[in-house]
Structure formats: structure tokens, C-alpha cells
Design a protein around this ligand. Sequence first.
Ligand code: AMP
Length: 197
Amino acid sequence: MNKNKKMFYLIIFGPPGSGKGTHSKKIVEKYDFVHISTGDIFRNEMAKDTDLGKLAKKYIDKGKLVPDNVVLKMLFSNIAMYENPKGFVLDGFPRTIEQAEKLDETILNKTLNTTLVISLDVTDDELIARLLKRGEDSHRSDDNEEIIRQRLEVYKQQTKPLLDHYKQKKVLKSINGIGKIDDIFADICKIIDSHKK
Ligand code: AMP
């Protein structure tokens, strides 16, 4: 990757089931950014039964976070693969303070880079209903009620505190994540467009 080029990093933030994946895909289509979903990368490795996949599966199936050192190494080697992207959408990363701090150090504190964090607000009841419904189609091993509750707990304990981190940096925009997908997406686009100017 060209380190001297101004780069746009959009972190799409929210609890499991808030619509991060859905909206990331729409953002990528419209703005031609690169989508980096740490969850998708792990699931891909699990499907191929690689060493990384086997290791990740131990945590994912329990609804726990994969250790920071593993996630960080994988994330940075993925970002480095892209020569000249228009921007990145980070989906499901960062999820811990350590991940956020490493991202700041490596990328976001560089003056050339622009960071924006869009957080999707969705109530617990709605999240659980959406994830249970998704589980019927996706057959994801972690979309069952017990593990869903565990993942929401992990979100509250380890990931939600990042909202304060980004609020202090004045890069956080929170929006309502309940409603029609197109309406939510329109809100997201407004924020991105006003930030890119
Ligand atoms: P997701 O598809 O983003 O919901 O991620 C599915 C699972 O992958 C999570 O419940 C974690 O076990 C693992 N995972 C994904 N991203 C991360 C991350 N940034 N840090 C730690 N674990 C992650």
C-alpha cells in the first residue's frame, strides 16, 4: 500500500446483528471501498480448515473474541495487500481497546488519514430477534440463542467502551439502526459524503 497517500478509513461499528455487514456491502458498492470484515476472514479460514481457522473456531463457537495478537496480525496483513484503494470499510474491527490503540498507532494517528466511525444503535431485543432469524438461514455456528447472548455480553464488556474512545477523538457518529435498510443507508451516505468533502 502507498503509505504517502491520504486514505479514508470508515469503521462501521455496532453490536452483533446491528447491520454492519449489510451496510458495509452497500457502502463498498457505492463508494468502491475495500471491505475488511474480520469475522468473514475467520469464517473463510474456518471453511478451509487452516491453522488460523482452527484456532479462531475455538473462540468463535463459544461467542468469545479471538485473541488480539491473532486479529491484529491478520488485519494488518490484509490491509497491506491492497495497492491503491479508495478507502477501507472496517467491519467487526476494532473490538477491544488494545485493537483500537494499535489501529490508532499504525494508521489513524497519521495526519494524512481520515477516520470516521459510524455506530449503529439497535436495542437488545431487536438484535436477538435478528440474529435468531439469521441463524435459520446462515447456519452460522454462533447464531444460536445461548451464544448470541454471550456475544452481546462480550460486546457490552469489551467493545462498547470503544464508543468513548472515538467520541473523545471527535470521529464518532451514531445513528438509529432500526428501520428500513434503505433509510438507514441514506443516513450513512449523508455522513460519509459530508466527511469526504
Ligand atoms: P462477526 O462476523 O464480526 O460477528 O464475528 C464473528 C466472530 O469472529 C466474533 O464473535 C469473534 O469471535 C470473531 N471476531 C471477529 N472479529 C474480531 C475481532 N476484531 N476481535 C476478536 N474476535 C473477532
